[in-house]
Design a protein around this ligand. Structure first.
Ligand code: FAD
Ligand code: DHB
Length: 389
């Protein structure tokens, strides 16, 4: 056997899995299609659940996060100018950490370099075979040469458009999907945050989110129609639109500046079952997508790493395959609960094109109930800070 686990995809789930497995003495090879610079240029998630924070610390990559990350004790949900504070710390005893996916990925690459693990970039035409044989094989092209690696297990960490999920025969896969009729236009700007905590804003002009990366770098989003292109949105147009969607008291404190990144992401809920097929395990976006409202995408990828690494270590270091057999059912339990939360947050906060007059009232009533009910706040807080593994 050439290696114990071939990991397809060098995004956050593939790199963290490699990190955890190598620390347990299990040999891996990571196959990544893009260059490292390209992986690190993608601006994505910004909020880590405390379970993710602890997982990163246990994997030996918490040092920079603990210095540069911003622990947040709560967040705001707003309806027009009405701001509802959700105090995670008071309601659950836990908090979240603001630390960008880019930073996590950079820390993971540095740790992999230090450990001397194998991460191949520029890998093309990956083909996964022999998943029901005594050993699996993965063939690919790198630097113009075709290579094959045999291994005990294959980890599919190659995102929504990867090859791993599609290796499972279509007749054996069940897919569940909802596509939302809008996207998020996001900008990154070197300006101070409009507020000390995140603001999820429901307004008569549509949804907006005020997030941040550090005390002088903000990540702000507005809901846009799917037909919009980034070129349709000048910085001026973005700032004007963002300002009228957040509460007046926050808008009064808004500092604007040039955007240093601007992109549109479509919103989708998607789950493909099962997560395991013979010697293949699927993790992260390769198996499921959530709409970003509620910041669950990256965190779900990390809880998959927790379950999958436990199963792989039990199998490869201790000879027990019960965890592999149970991986799909175990991970899916948590995945579906995060699906529900992300869908509920999306529905509660966004305008749907062509909606009836009742829909806006339901959003307002949900937020009014949240403002008045500690039970409702606790439910939201418990989901936002992350359900237990
Ligand atoms: P990915 O990050 O997609 O990594 C997969 C890796 O596999 C990539 O590096 C890719 O190059 C590689 N790959 C793909 N195909 C192949 C192949 N055939 N061979 C080899 N390698 C391959 N989540 C949030 O919580 N908040 C957000 O604001 C947010 N914004 C997002 C914006 C966008 C545009 C996207 C796409 C996602 C966003 N997410 C967000 C979700 C979050 O970023 C993902 O859940 C997270 O990146 C999942 O990590 P992953 O490692 O499973 O997948
Ligand atoms: C960010 C993204 C989210 O989807 C979210 O719910 C919170 C923060 C962000 O990019 O900072």
């Amino acid at each position: 056997m050439d290696t114990q686990v071939v990991i397809i995809g060098g995004g956050p789930s593939g790199l963290l899995l490699s990190q955890v497995l190598n620390r347990a003495g299990i040999a891996t090879v990571v196959l990544e299609r893009s260059s490292r610079a390209h992986v690190l240029s993608r601006i994505r998630a910004g909020v880590l659940e405390w379970g993710s924070v602890e997982l990163l610390r246990e994997a030996g990559i918490g040092a920079r996060m603990d210095v540069q990350g911003l622990p947040h004790d709560g967040t705001y949900l707003t309806d027009g100018d009405r701001m509802v504070h959700i105090d995670f710390k008071a309601l659950t005893g836990r908090r979240v950490m603001i630390y960008g996916q880019t930073e996590v990925t950079e820390d993971l690459y540095a740790a992999q370099d230090a450990m001397g693990t194998t991460v191949l970039h520029g890998v093309e035409d990956v083909v996964i075979e022999d998943l029901d044989a005594a050993q699996a094989s993965v063939s690919f092209t790198v630097d113009g040469a075709r290579r094959t690696l045999t291994c005990a297990y294959v980890a599919g960490c190659d995102g929504f458009h990867g090859v791993s999920r599609k290796t499972i025969p279509e007749a054996k896969r069940q897919e569940f999907e909802r596509v939302y009729p809008f996207g998020w236009l996001g900008i990154l700007s070197r300006t101070p945050p409009v507020h000390d905590e995140l603001i999820y804003a429901n307004s008569e002009h549509g949804f907006a989110l005020a997030s941040m990366r550090n005390p002088n770098l903000v990540r702000y989003y507005v809901q846009v129609p799917l037909s919009d292109k980034v070129e349709d949105w000048s910085d001026d147009r973005f700032w004007t639109e963002f300002k009228r969607r957040i509460p007046a008291q926050a808008a009064a404190a808004l500092v604007t500046g040039p955007s240093i990144e601007k992109s549109i992401a479509p919103l989708r809920s998607f789950v493909s079952e099962p997560l395991r097929w013979g010697r293949l395990l699927l993790l992260g976006d390769a198996a499921h997508i959530v709409p970003p409202t509620g910041a669950k995408g990256l965190n779900l990828a990390f809880s998959d790493v927790h379950y999958a690494s436990e199963a792989l270590i039990a199998a490869l270091a201790h000879g027990s395959t019960a965890g592999i057999d149970g991986y799909s059912a175990r991970a899916l339990q948590r995945i579906w609960k995060a699906m529900r939360f992300s869908w509920q947050m999306t529905t509660m906060l966004h305008q749907f094109e062509g909606e009836d007059s009742f829909a806006a009232q339901m959003r307002r009533a949900t937020l009014a109930h949240l403002a008045d009910s500690e039970t409702a706040q606790k439910d939201l807080a418990e989901n936002y800070i992350g359900l237990p593994y």
